[in-house]
Design a protein around this ligand. Structure first.
Ligand code: ATP
Ligand code: MG
Length: 267
């Protein structure tokens, strides 16, 4: 999975990342689904130790263009775990009170505490993406935000958080297919948002904004992963693999019993 990680010192171009890539599972979708089933079981166990140990804080950030599958990724990756074990937080257009504060105000309130796993469906990165592309603030304002975000995330990791940032990298063609499908399939009509076409028209502007965000804010402690997202099964597999590996590397332990259990007799 290292090939999808944006290294701290690197300056990447999105065009060098193939959204159609499935190279880590050469046997294709059935093999990918089988591996995914193993990963979801592992994740279930890891989440339990995470909670029991009450030490680490896991923050997973999902960013993507429309129809790249943030919702589908969440549904698939977390399908096997205790519903109490993960909290999903979706960040929409800021409310009036949120807009009255700095852009990290609403974010900081939702970061995970000890033993918690939180998924951000969109995040503070919107404030250097949509906000930049639509000129909601001036350039000197959004330019300062890269350092602010890096420092904010640095503070979170120094305080015990583990941060993973995923960009679900869908191609322009695949997005077209998926948006068309939302028009053609009556069961998907509700998902169609005409506003998504306006964002699609700004494809290149978003590409530049994403590239700058990755290059400015991918650090060793809070890395970005650019996940091929044209195939749902592969996208889910990659996100689950990286998450499971990261949790395994934390070497979490169940806490020691609080009493000498060998002396306890239950009548
Ligand atoms: P779906 O797949 O359901 O469409 P979504 O994440 O696109 O999911 P929407 O309610 O359609 O959800 O869109 C949320 C919108 O809020 C996005 O267009 C996003 O760019 C916007 N948004 C999020 N954060 C900010 C922000 N800080 N400033 C401006 N717009 C924001
Ligand atoms: Mg949307």
């Amino acid at each position: 999975m290292e090939k999808y990680r944006v290294k701290a010192e690197e300056k990447i171009k999105l065009k060098n990342y193939d959204p159609d890539d499935t190279s880590l599972i050469p046997d294709g979708k059935p093999a990918g689904l089988a591996k995914m089933a193993e990963l979801t079981q592992k994740l279930d166990k890891l989440q339990e130790v995470l909670f029991a140990e009450h030490k680490h804080k896991i923050l997973i950030i999902l960013q993507a263009r429309d129809a790249a599958g943030k919702d589908g990724t969440i549904r698939s990756v977390f399908s096997g775990i205790n519903p109490q074990g993960v909290h999903i937080e979706s960040f929409k257009v800021p409310s009036e009170i949120e807009s009255d504060h700095d852009y990290l105000w609403r974010i900081h309130q939702q970061v995970p505490g000890k033993g918690e796993m939180v998924v951000f469906n969109r995040s503070h990165y919107e404030d250097v993406l949509v906000v930049r592309v639509h000129n909601f603030v001036t350039k000197d304002v959004w330019k300062n935000r890269y350092d602010q975000i890096k420092n904010f995330e640095k503070m979170l990791t120094e305080e015990g958080a583990t941060i993973l940032k995923f960009y679900l990298n869908i191609s322009r063609d695949e997005q077209k297919k998926r948006l068309q499908d939302r028009i053609d399939d009556p069961a998907k009509n509700w998902k169609f948002n005409p506003g998504d076409l306006k964002e699609r028209a700004l494809w290149d502007e978003y590409s530049s904004a994403y590239e700058d965000a990755f290059n400015e804010t991918s650090t060793n402690l809070a890395p970005w992963y650019i996940i091929p997202a044209d195939h749902n099964w592969y996208r889910n597999f990659c996100v689950a693999s990286i998450l499971v590996k990261t949790l395994e590397d934390l070497d979490m332990k169940y806490p020691a019993p609080t009493a000498d259990l060998s002396k306890i007799i239950i009548d």
